[in-house]
Design a protein around this ligand. Structure first.
Ligand code: HMG
Ligand code: MG
Length: 299
């Protein structure tokens, strides 16, 4: 398989990045960040989550965030939805694309959504049925695809089976989450080879957290398998509140630096992306977790 000539970067910072922040981030700062990411040319910006505010307080104002964004044609603003209650709130806010999620292990499913894998897939079925009837686009996530913080090794066959079910339920794309960033390149390639037997490669995305510094190596490995959709988080923000020790997604600036260097087209402007990262880091009062942003910022 040859490396794709172009890659779609799905920016997940405003959701995955900010969901785990200790300090509260005001709605106008979130909107400002999303606008800057869109200005940088990102075609998809996951902008929030309609989850229980008791579980994830940082996402509580996602309806206001979504309503406050100046929507641009050709940009998708997916919102995470765990159940029908979340879908109804998303519809009320005028959302046109949602992302559902399931986990590859029972313990993570319980910790993250308070239900078994089977129950979460049943919730997903109900959500996707209604979402399809409302003509929404649906993206699907599977967590813990390269390891679980509670159960360790994960069966690739279970992941392939869940992926097939998400595809059946109308997902246009399935994003494979290395939630705790434990994967290594050969494992990432084995995962893609197996899952692509049930879901075609163009419908798979890589969502790798960078906890062990393996994010870019794993992404390069799956590009070699033909993966052309990469999730990443500006400034490397984030982590999952139900995966202890999980750090942010691989940083968008680092991904872009690698892809630019490989002459892979993304449509994203590095200078404007750096400005988006600087904006949120200035607010959070912290240095970027992106090595490329630090190096380019110091040129
Ligand atoms: P539960 O406690 O079992 O739900 O949580 P419940 O139905 O019993 O409801 C409990 C309360 O929450 C009720 O309120 C509901 O109304 C309310 P009360 O009556 O007590 O006042 N509630 C809601 N409120 C707003 N929006 C909703 C909603 N649903 C119920 N949608 C539930 C079950 C799924 C809701 C909960 O476990 C939850 O919200 N989990 C989400 C956790 C989460 O957001 N995790 C992070 C995102 S996943 C991730 O980061 C991984 C990913 O990045 C990929 C990767 O890296 O692997 C995607
Ligand atoms: Mg994630």
């Amino acid at each position: 398989m040859t490396i794709p000539a172009s890659v779609k970067i799905v920016e997940v910072g405003p959701r995955d990045g900010l969901q785990n922040e200790a300090q509260s981030v005001p709605t106008e700062i979130k909107i400002g960040l999303i606008e800057k990411l869109v200005d940088a040319g990102l075609p998809v910006v996951e902008s929030g989550a309609f989850v229980s505010p008791k579980w994830v307080p940082q996402m509580a104002a996602s309806g206001e965030v979504f309503e406050g964004i100046k929507k641009r044609a050709h940009v998708a603003y997916p919102m995470l939805v765990p159940n029908l209650k979340g879908l109804d709130a998303a519809l009320e806010a005028g959302v046109r694309e949602i992302a559902g999620f399931a986990a590859a292990t029972e313990t993570f499913s319980q910790k993250n959504t308070n239900c078994s894998i089977k129950e979460s897939l049943e919730r997903f079925r109900q959500v996707s049925e209604k979402a399809r009837a409302e003509n929404l686009k649906i993206r699907g996530y599977i967590s813990c695809v390269l390891g679980c913080p509670y159960e360790g090794e994960v069966s690739i066959d279970i992941i392939a089976d869940i992926a097939a079910q998400l595809l059946d339920q109308g997902c246009y794309e399935i994003s494979l989450g290395d939630t705790i960033g434990v994967g290594t390149p050969a494992k990432a390639q084995a995962l893609i080879e197996r899952v692509s037997k049930t879901v075609p490669i163009p419908q798979l995305a890589a969502h790798f957290h960078d906890t062990y510094g393996q994010g870019l190596a794993n992404l390069h490995a799956v590009l070699e398998c033909g993966i052309s959709v990469i999730d990443s988080s500006v400034a490397g923000l984030g982590g999952c509140p139900y995966a202890k020790g999980a750090s942010g997604n691989v940083a968008t600036e680092d991904v872009l630096y690698m892809l630019d260097g490989m002459d892979i087209e993304t449509g994203v402007d590095m200078q404007k992306l750096l400005e988006a990262g600087q904006y949120i880091n200035d607010f959070l009062g912290r240095e970027s977790a992106s090595r490329a942003a630090l190096a380019l910022g110091n040129l």
